[in-house]
Every structure is written in structure tokens, then in C-alpha cells.
Design a protein around this ligand. Structure first.
Ligand SMILES: [Zn+2]
Ligand SMILES: [Zn+2]
Length: 135
């Protein structure tokens, strides 16, 4: 299986993930909006066991958003990197940190009931008012 690499804005954190995601979608929840500073977050999920740091692991800070979810960011440049699901053992990678283009594309929108008021969803992908349709 091919791999994709990713990095933060300052380049000191480097990661590697499989180029095959369990799911890929756009999250419009208010927490992703705050954490990313963007209208919504495009994320791809992988098993935590498939996630690798190449460099800079010690520079990553974690914000415990809830008991289940830690949000990871670079402590130097502040780039939002991924969320880590502690019980579910999944990493949701922020697609914007990837260097290459994944073979998949986002396939759904979630939490559309809390989407930014200025955002218009202009594609035909399935929309879910609340959480994800897959575990
Ligand atoms: Zn950085
Ligand atoms: Zn979200």
C-alpha cells in the first residue's frame, strides 16, 4: 500500500499515513471550525496503529477536547494536524497537512446543522445533520 506524507506549516512535524482511508469527509461542526480556523475541516480516518511520526513528535501538543478526543497541533507553528480518538483508536488526519493528493476524496458532509452561516455546500455529496454515518 502506498503511503502519504504530511507536515505542518513550519515543517518540523512530519507524519506518514496509508493512502487508504477508512472514511473521508468534511466536518462542519463548530469545534472543527474553531480548531482549524476554516469554514470546515476535511478529514480522513485511519487506524491509530497505521499512523507514523517521521519527525517532530516531541513538538506536537495535544488539547484534550473530551475524554475521547485529543486534538493535535504543532507547538511551534500552531498547525492543526489530526484528532486522536482514544477509545476508538482512530486518527482523523486533517487533509490539508498532506503533501500529495490522496486517492480518495471526501465523500460526505457531517454536522451540517452547525455549518458556518457563510458556507454554501455546492456539491452533491450526502449531508448528515449530526455525526458521521460510519463508526
Ligand atoms: Zn510546525
Ligand atoms: Zn468536527
Amino acid at each position: 500500500m502506498t503511503k502519504l506524507s504530511g507536515s505542518c506549516l513550519c515543517g518540523q512535524v512530519k507524519i506518514r499515513v496509508p493512502n487508504r482511508f477508512l472514511y473521508m469527509g468534511n466536518c462542519h461542526c463548530s469545534e472543527c471550525r474553531k480548531f482549524s480556523g476554516s469554514d470546515y475541516a476535511s478529514v480522513g480516518g485511519i487506524d491509530s496503529s497505521d499512523f507514523e511520526f517521521i519527525e517532530g513528535e516531541a513538538l506536537v501538543s495535544y488539547f484534550a477536547k473530551s475524554q475521547e478526543t485529543d486534538l493535535a497541533f504543532c507547538s511551534v507553528c500552531g498547525s492543526s494536524l489530526f484528532s486522536r480518538k482514544n477509545t476508538g483508536k482512530k486518527h482523523n488526519i486533517r487533509l490539508g497537512i498532506l503533501e500529495g493528493t490522496p486517492e480518495q476524496k471526501p465523500a460526505f458532509h457531517i454536522h451540517t446543522q452547525s455549518k458556518a452561516g457563510w458556507t454554501n455546500i455546492c456539491d452533491d455529496l450526502p449531508q448528515f445533520a449530526e455525526g458521521p454515518p460510519v463508526p
